[in-house]
Design a protein around this ligand. Structure first.
Ligand code: BES
Ligand code: ZN
Length: 630
């Protein structure tokens, strides 16, 4: 299968199997059937660019943010390297309006053409250049439909007075707001100048301002080379609050206080992370707390993690998410998966690293709870996808598919389980030394499953056949399901929760249960353990004692609503509707809507709520939900 595909690619026909851009791709590939071309053709199936021929090295972005028209417009100027002295450079675009393109100091426009439009990949943009061309300046604008961008009305913000904008570029949405070589295997440095309405402030995945200025024009610099999916911009009524020397938080004024309390330990996390896997290479580490429509929990934009306000639980109980995004400063941002087929190298490593940070800070009992919850998620995902599904392999095959489809909990939790498995085989000290060296060796570069395995062989296995067998890369990486010989995590704190749960199921009233000092994790475990079928009276007993329906904790709410739906506990309806119309985090939305549509009455309810809620969701979430609810 693999060989067949590569062969087709070398003939330049592979694009036709699934992309609308056959004709253009054909011409491209048949023109220059070099070894280079072949090698890179199999590299990233989600980018049209050919970095081995002509590659962008630095971007100067100069854009204006127009909230009225919901567009960005301006120029993207690239410094390029024309490696093969070709007469064309290719960028990825999706839904962009390209006005004109200039080369170097020329005042005369160069010619360019846009290839056929693919729904997922967008259009390749072929720019005619000369062998000696050094810079390419693209004049362009976005459209209001740009999938990376969410434009929020004042009503959708915490302060209710000013509009808000944020981007979400991962996995392949950077091309919807910048013409760019949109592959994680390509790194650029960048500078940017962004004009915004005077009462607002702009921040990026770069060196950031600490306060608003009079002009409404903000300058940014990112001097370390980053992949395109880490390009990020947000504009809103923002203030900054320092936490430590090197860390701080951006948020709306209405949110900053709560955020500063919740994330007060972010500086300690940075210290713990450095102690584990070496120096933090990005200088500052700040957070940006977004409005609740942000479709993810967090996004590891370099120097400025974007984070959902749904982790503001008022008790610092959901901060492992910050440890996760911080860990990406090593696994992902420093050492980057070369393509989305190796996504587990970003997320699996990050989950492992995240739990190590949490263990450093809060001890093994705490980390064990996270490990067990993650293991439950893994089992759930395996059941969902089917244990024979190819999407349960760590190494994915995403050719012809939206990368988003393959980016499941498998990469996170099976990826982590594999690293835990290796750690247990070689011992923690050796494994830590290995990871340290891995991050240093591949810093500011890319990694692939093969590269990781080579490194594992040369640094850890070193010809030890028994160890190689134990590490069993074939089973873990290239086979579906979960190998028998995995570690099954256990938590002593959860054992107590299980006892409590038993007592309740055997008739002890909820109000008499011993739930003292339970963290969110214990509550979540308790709720997950509840029977599928419960009487109204049982539901009410729980709700009266623990007030789940009105919990201020998003994880608890989202888990509780699933039971409320299954058991037709309509007392929770109003709270659920409020949750679904204000929160846009896909991880919460998908299971709730899924539970709703399981019955005809539920489906009616779901459609009615979705009609109201959809305008509040980011495209990342509506793409998934439109499909589910059609
Ligand atoms: N990088 C991911 C988010 C992402 C993945 C965006 C794939 C687009 C495509 C981020 O680091 C992440 O994993 N976020 C998680 C939280 C984490 C604690 C597991 C999320 O948003 O739920
Ligand atoms: Zn992540």
């Amino acid at each position: 299968m693999k060989i067949y595909k590569t062969y087709l690619l070398s003939l330049g026909i592979a694009g036709c199997l699934h992309l609308a851009s056959c004709s253009t791709q054909n011409n491209q590939n048949t023109e220059t059937m070099t070894v280079n071309n072949l090698a890179q053709a199999s590299q990233d199936v989600h980018s049209y660019s050919k970095p081995k021929e002509a590659v962008a090295k630095h971007l100067d972005l100069d854009i204006t943010v127009d909230f009225e028209k919901k567009i960005l417009s301006g120029t993207a100027t690239y410094q390029i390297k024309n490696l093969t002295k070709t007469n064309q450079i290719i960028f990825d675009t999706r839904g962009l309006k390209i006005e004109k393109v200039l080369l170097d100091e020329d005042t005369k426009e160069t010619t360019f053409k846009l290839g056929n439009d693919d729904k997922v990949l967008g259009q390749p943009m072929f720019v005619d250049i000369k062998p000696e061309t050094k810079t390419v300046t693209i004049h362009y604008s976005t459209t209001p439909e740009a999938a990376a961008l969410q434009w929020l009305s004042p009503q959708q913000t915490a302060g209710k007075k000013h509009p808000f904008l944020f981007t979400q570029s991962q996995a392949i949405l950077a091309r919807t707001w910048i013409p760019i070589q949109d592959s994680p295997g390509i790194r650029i440095t960048y500078s940017a100048s962004v004009k915004v309405p005077k009462e607002l402030m702009a921040v990026m995945s770069a060196e950031n301002p600490k306060e608003k200025n009079e002009t409404g024009e903000y300058k940014f610099l990112m001097q370390k080379a980053i992949p395109s999916y880490l390009m990020a911009l947000s504009v809103g009524d923002l203030v900054f609050r320092p936490i430590g020397e090197q860390t701080g938080i951006y948020a709306e004024p209405a949110t900053i206080e709560a955020a500063a309390y919740e994330f007060a330990e972010m500086d300690k996390m940075l210290v713990a992370a450095e102690k584990l896997y070496g120096k933090y290479r990005w200088n500052r580490y700040d957070l940006l707390v977004l409005p609740p429509s942000f479709p993810f929990g967090g996004m590891e934009n370099p120097r400025l993690t974007f984070v959902t306000p749904t982790v503001l639980a008022k008790d610092r109980s959901l901060t492992s998410l910050i440890a996760h995004e911080l860990a990406h400063s090593w696994s992902g941002n420093l050492v980057t998966n070369a393509t989305w087929e190796d996504f587990w190298l970003n997320e699996g490593f990050t989950v492992y690293f995240e739990r190590r940070i949490m263990e450093e800070l809060y001890g093994k009992d705490y980390a064990d709870m996270l490990e067990v919850l993650g293991y439950q998620d893994l089992q759930h995902t395996l059941d969902d996808l089917g244990r024979n599904s190819e999407d349960t392999r760590l190494k994915l095959e995403l050719d012809g598919r939206d990368p988003d489809e393959g980016l499941t909990d498998i990469a996170y939790e099976k990826g982590n389980a594999y690293l835990v498995h290796i750690e247990r085989a070689v011992g923690r000290d050796k494994f830590d030394a290995f990871l340290n060296k891995y991050f240093q060796t591949f810093a500011f570069g890319t990694t692939t499953t093969d590269r990781f395995l080579d490194f594992l062989n040369s640094e850890l296995i070193k010809g030890d056949e028994k160890l190689a067998e134990q590490i069993n890369a074939d089973a873990w990486i290239y086979s579906a399901g979960l190998p028998e010989e995995h570690y099954t995590p256990a938590s002593s704190l959860f054992a107590k929760v299980e006892e409590t749960s038993q007592a309740w199921q055997q008739g002890t009233p909820a109000a008499q249960l011993n739930t003292k000092d339970w963290s969110s994790h214990e509550w979540l475990h308790f709720i997950r353990l509840l029977p599928e079928q419960m009487s109204q009276q049982k539901m009410a007993d729980l709700d009266k004692a623990f007030n789940f329906t009105n919990s201020g904790n998003s994880e608890i709410l989202a888990a509780w609503f699933l039971h409320a739906i299954r058991n037709n506990y309509i007392t929770a309806d109003q709270a659920m509707e409020i949750f679904l119309t204000s929160v846009g985090r896909r991880k919460f939305l998908v299971p709730i809507y899924k539970a709703l549509i399981a019955t005809p009455e539920g489906k009616k309810k779901a459609l009615a709520i979705y009609a109201k809620a959809r305008p509040n969701y980011h495209a990342v979430s509506t793409v998934t939900l439109d499909e589910m609810l059609k």
